[in-house]
Design a binder for this molecule. Sequence first.
Ligand SMILES: NC(=O)c1ccc[n+]([C@@H]2O[C@H](COP(=O)([O-])OP(=O)(O)OC[C@H]3O[C@@H](n4cnc5c(N)ncnc54)[C@H](O)[C@@H]3O)[C@@H](O)[C@H]2O)c1
Length: 224
Amino acid sequence: MVARLLSVGTRVISVDIGEAATGADLPLLTSRVIDLVNLDGLEHMVASLPSFSGWVNCHYPRPRDWGLRSGERPDVWPGVIQDHLVSYCLLSQFAAEAMAARGGGSIVNVGSIYGLVGPDDALYAGTDMTMPAPYAAIKGGIGAYSRLLAVRMGKAQVRVNTVAPGGVEAQQDRRFKRRYAVRTPLGRMARIEEVVAPILFLLSEGASYVTGTTLIVDGGWTAR
Ligand SMILES: NC(=O)c1ccc[n+]([C@@H]2O[C@H](COP(=O)([O-])OP(=O)(O)OC[C@H]3O[C@@H](n4cnc5c(N)ncnc54)[C@H](O)[C@@H]3O)[C@@H](O)[C@H]2O)c1
């Protein structure tokens, strides 16, 4: 994401819990190594950044055993909801307020197709992967909150949208990848740049009349 933003001439501030993940070796405007689920410091952190006109929430806080069956244990729910959903909502609010004070801007929250449709659990059969139920609640909530904020901040010229990607190809189980490809109209998982490009669009002036929407980037998965 950071590399692609830089490649189109954007000045980038990168914030991540891991120093390497901020892209600190790239020509950033600045970076911060911060735990974004620490709600106490969030408002101050956003206010302390250099002026910005776009904001993308794409951090992914999750327990180590996330994606395994334990992801659905009752004691896991409150933590993941707070860490993921609540931090996305509060960061969106603080970023929107900061941009409103400077004449406007664009917020993109990374959601998921699983905030829109139920999973196909057959994809995971025989693997140690699963789609943890709290993820659907989190991603559905991110889309709903983004619409609320779009309505509240529209007059301040702050646009707020969600991108809902399908699965991005990585080191997943080969059986999962094969089934995913068969299930998807475009016949494969997403490449990361195919998710970043729609985010760039929503940040750009080309999307100046687009707010409160969810842009689905899923190779046709949800068209079925
Ligand atoms: N990978 C996929 O297939 C896929 C599909 C749909 C949606 N998404 C969404 O895309 C977003 C990014 O996912 P990803 O697969 O690139 O994840 P990732 O784990 O590769 O990257 C997430 C980043 O978040 C950072 N991070 C984690 N916890 C943090 C914290 N507490 N504070 C600050 N930074 C923190 C990590 O260091 C990492 O750099 C997430 O919202 C995820 O739900 C991913």
